[in-house]
Design a protein around this ligand. Structure first.
Ligand SMILES: O=C(O)CCC(=O)C(=O)O
Length: 312
């Protein structure tokens, strides 16, 4: 098994604020590349939230992008405008990224009954979608703790309904190279509704540096979670999810993606394509969820598309 080491730069930010009560979890994050589950909502609250989100989804007229991919619905769905600022999320992020934090994207991850597994993948700058980096750190070399995902499930995420899985410690090694050409997923006429793999149709094995790589079974963690719980991970930690083997239970999760303010988001791009859809960035902005933004790299949005301030 070949694994290029990313080296000793895998560390939390120098100005990270680590409260005592989560010290052990942050240590676990540093060691394993993920932590959780952590509780954000009571299960009943989570059920109500997802019910509201589904109702709001019928009216996409104020969505930022008019396509079916459901990126960045925190701009038009007020429950998600609040969710990205959840105080518990911000507390954990500040302990990893430092106090100055941007929410740069949200993504929906429904897994319908019968849906396939999401293959192992490892992501750093999100070039996998179209070959162009979507993130560019300006103040430090890339390390595993530049881009953090908070994946919150609003329904039970079990081994039957497609829970997430991780390869412990894999964020310290470069196992996938998302800059390599891919056989599926990048063309403009790509139809995400008929994707043949679990993650938007990409074949992530195209990106394996060693095509024979498979994780050591003892490093694989399948993380079952209750509605309202979140797992926090660096996308540099190899991750994926199980298939949904049920006949009628949809698993529904929302991933919030965050970076420190020194990262350029969509560098030099007015639009981008992903999953066969195009995204016009004219009204896009990152949202400052904590601290201050001392840079001019990114446009910042302080209100959602209803004119409401982004806050919890
Ligand atoms: O929800 C899933 O099944 C996969 C999610 C994922 O890979 C991600 O959030 O990066």
């Amino acid at each position: 098994m070949t694994k290029a080491s990313i080296g000793p730069t895998s560390r939390i930010a120098d100005n990270a604020v680590v409260p005592n009560d989560i010290k052990d979890e942050i240590e676990q994050f540093t060691r394993d590349g993920f932590l959780g589950p952590i509780k954000l909502y009571e299960p009943e609250e989570a059920e109500e939230l997802i019910r509201q989100i589904r109702i709001r989804n019928f009216d996409g007229s104020k969505a930022l992008y008019q396509n079916s991919v459901n990126y960045d619905r925190h701009f038009d769905i007020p429950e998600l405008s609040r969710h990205i600022n959840h105080p518990t999320i911000v507390k954990y992020l500040a302990a990893i990224l430092g106090p100055d934090i941007l929410s740069w994207r949200t993504e929906w991850f429904p897994k319908f009954p019968g849906a396939k597994a999401t293959e192992w993948h490892q992501v750093r700058d999100y070039s996998y979608a179209n070959g162009t980096p979507q993130l560019e750190p300006t103040e430090s070399d890339w390390n595993a703790f530049i881009d953090i995902t908070v994946w919150t499930t609003f329904t039970p995420a079990t081994k039957d309904t497609a829970c997430m899985r991780f390869v412990k410690g894999s964020h310290r090694h470069r196992i996938f190279d998302e800059h390599q050409p891919t056989s599926a997923g990048r063309s403009d006429d790509y139809d995400v509704a008929h994707a043949e793999t679990g993650f938007f149709g990409y074949d992530f094995s195209d990106f394996k540096i060693d095509s024979d790589w498979e994780p050591a079974p003892e490093d694989v963690v399948e993380l079952e979670m209750n509605p309202g719980e979140a797992v926090i991970f660096t996308a540099s930690c190899v991750h994926g999810s199980l298939p949904n083997n049920t006949e009628r239970e949809t698993r529904f999760a929302i991933a919030g993606r965050y970076v420190p303010t020194h990262v350029r988001v969509y560098p030099n791009q007015d639009s981008f394509t992903a999953h066969g859809a195009s995204f016009d960035l004219a009204d896009y902005g990152s949202v400052l969820v904590s601290g201050e933004n001392q840079y001019t790299h990114n446009r910042i949005r302080s209100e959602n598309n209803h004119g409401e301030p982004f806050s919890f």
